[in-house]
Design a protein around this ligand. Structure first.
Ligand SMILES: [Mn+2]
Length: 314
């Protein structure tokens, strides 16, 4: 783990592109855009771009950039992404040099420098650490994004990989930038009434097995009837993490546009990312996603998760 090596490469390149994983979440957006703003602020002559698809839900993080066509002399920094195929918007092999900054369990090496800390709560936490260790100034707007990234991945400092280091770094971030962090929560947690109604639909239709696995298969017709998209269920899944009768929950939404079923999985104990990896997915031990191709495969995935729950309960 060497943050100084990262700084050395940042200093070397005039053109820097920062990418994160597809289906960005607050940590993905926060770590990539936060890092961009830090580099831009400390090295105003460099051209720094953030890559990847924009998201209406997370537009408060700011806009994505148009990445130059020719990046053969540019540095790529990928945050919050363990594997090449999940990088959004750019092809790592197009770049001159690659750096990964990530907190997921290791999947594959595709960068010259791989800064991996799977004890870190979030990639945003690692960017805060990078800035402090390398004595880079953190502009206010970057502090906002990095704070929201940490809050997103830790569930407001609730999940188990929230450590004293998380609190130390965040505390220092707030002090150094005089961050008004409570003002950031409304935009993060505001939901539409329609989403709440869909939340009620999920609550009323969940199937719960004897092994405390809850699942719901949501067809495109149901999505249309409820006026939501294939990402909505996944965005609501945290609200089902505190139900006594449920140990693991999987919500599976038909995603016709991409010819797959978008599955989000959350657990309060059983390890779920190994099963997710067998169905075109992965992620954290207790928070994963998968993208099987059909509802037949979804049934296999549900069965495998039910077995994981059964083993856990023994
Ligand atoms: Mn993350």
């Amino acid at each position: 783990m060497n943050f100084k090596q990262v700084l050395k490469q940042i200093k070397k390149y005039n053109e820097i592109v920062i990418a994160r994983h597809i289906g960005g979440d607050p940590d993905a957006y926060g770590s990539s855009i936060g890092l961009k703003e830090i580099i831009q602020y400390n090295f105003p002559n460099k051209n720094v771009y953030v890559a990847g698809a924009p998201s209406a839900k997370f537009r408060y993080f700011g806009d994505m950039d148009r990445v130059p066509d020719d990046v053969s002399n540019a540095l790529l920094i990928v945050t919050d992404t363990p594997d090449r195929r999940r990088v959004d918007g750019v092809l790592p092999t197009d770049f001159k040099y690659r750096i990964k900054i990530d907190h997921h369990p290791f999947v594959e090496k595709f960068c010259e420098i791989e800064l991996i800390d799977n004890t870190a709560s979030s990639a945003s936490q690692m960017i805060i650490e990078l800035a402090f260790k390398c004595k880079l100034k953190i502009p206010y707007s970057a502090a906002e994004k990095l704070f929201m990234g940490v809050v997103g991945d830790t569930g407001r400092f609730m999940y188990s990989y929230t450590t004293t280091k998380t609190f130390d770094l965040v505390s220092k971030l707030i002090k150094n930038t005089n961050l008004n962090f409570t003002s950031l929560y409304p935009q993060m947690y505001l939901r539409s009434y329609n989403d709440y109604k869909f939340n009620a639909y999920i609550t009323n239709n969940l199937v719960i097995t004897d092994n405390k696995l809850a699942y719901l298969k949501i067809t495109n017709d149901v999505l249309k009837e409820n006026n939501v998209d294939a990402s909505t269920a996944g965005n609501l899944i945290e609200t089902f993490n505190n139900i006594e009768e449920i140990l693991v929950i999987i919500l599976c939404s038909e995603d016709l546009a991409n010819n797959q079923i978008k599955c989000s999985i959350r657990s309060r104990g059983p390890i779920v990312n190994e099963v997710a990896a067998r169905f075109n997915g992965g992620g954290h031990a207790l928070a994963s996603g998968a993208k099987p191709k059909s509802f037949e495969e979804v049934d296999e995935l549900i069965k495998a998760l039910d077995e994981v729950c059964a083993d856990y309960l023994k």
